[in-house]
Design a protein around this ligand. Structure first.
Ligand code: B12
Length: 213
């Protein structure tokens, strides 16, 4: 089994100590942070997803896997140069949140980590964020980007309502809206007139960087 597969297995098993040790080993061995995230940490959630769907894994076990993934992310954060202390000039401000009715935040938190590592200033509104709260945050922080996450087909409509609320508040031209999450597609992004669909955290960074240029 490759080291990335071992890390993915440790995430799947919710083995916090194992995830820390294997992430550190990979870093010490010169593996790239992007690869550790995509092949190891997200790889673990890819094992979790079908098992959760099939009813072979339950909420506490999924949360344990998410916590294990978070342990790996914590170790990678300084390697990515993320955070306020990095001293780099910030590229742009991003207000981000998971839309109303939706509590999933693992992918959003990864997006934040990657954006911060690329010198974006990120304001995280958390989960279950109402359209009004997004509007208020745009007025307060004047971001260049707004990131919306939805993981449930039922909350995709809240994404549309959020875009509509931003439009109704007269703020639509001031921000680029980036959307993501498992059920989201380019087609849906076009339908709700978002600026871009971002399939993963690395793509989000690339698109936001291009749009900031
Ligand atoms: C983990 C998980 C949970 C955890 C969430 C923990 C947490 N803190 O997030 C728990 C156990 C709490 C949970 C609860 C539920 N879940 Co759930 N969950 C998942 C699971 C297994 C993995 C999601 C995940 O974290 N993936 C790993 C991350 C890294 O991937 P990602 O989220 O796709 O993120 C990447 C991209 O999408 C993108 N991205 C993500 N966010 C953003 C944001 C922006 C701005 C951008 C630009 C990009 C971007 O970049 C990320 C990184 O590369 C999925 C299965 C799946 N296939 O997605 C089901 C899933 C989403 N859940 C599902 C369901 C049904 C539920 C529940 C309703 C279950 C229940 N009966 O209670 C509840 C809903 C609670 C709520 N109101 O939100 C269904 C949704 C089905 C549907 N079609 O709507 C899924 C698909 C499982 C299934 N049945 O197949 N869940």
């Amino acid at each position: 089994m490759s080291d990335f597969n071992k890390l993915a297995q440790a995430v799947f098993q919710g083995d916090l100590k194992g995830v820390k040790a294997l992430t550190q080993e990979l870093l010490d061995g010169g593996a790239k942070a992007d690869d550790i995230i995509n092949q190891g940490l997200i790889g673990g959630m890819d094992i979790v997803a079908p098992k959760f769907k099939a009813g072979e894994m339950f909420v506490p076990e999924v949360l344990r896997a998410a916590k294990a993934l978070g342990c790996g992310m914590e170790l990678l954060k300084p390697m990515l140069g993320a955070g306020e202390g990095s001293g780099l000039k910030k590229l742009a401000t991003v207000v981000i949140g998971t839309v109303a009715g939706d509590l999933h935040d693992i992918g959003k938190n990864l997006v934040i980590l990657i954006l911060e590592s690329a010198s974006f200033h990120v304001i995280d509104l958390g989960v279950d964020v109402s359209p009004q709260k997004f509007v208020e945050a745009i007025k307060e922080h004047k971001p260049q980007f707004v990131g919306l996450a939805a993981l449930l087909t039922t909350t995709m409509m809240a994404m549309k309502e959020t875009v509509d609320a931003i439009q109704a508040a007269g703020l639509r031209d001031q921000v680029k809206i980036l959307i993501g999450g498992a059920p989201i597609s380019q087609e849906f992004a076009d339908e709700i007139r978002a600026d871009a669909y971002c399939a993963d955290a690395i793509v989000t960074k690339e698109i936001a960087t291009q749009m900031s240029a």
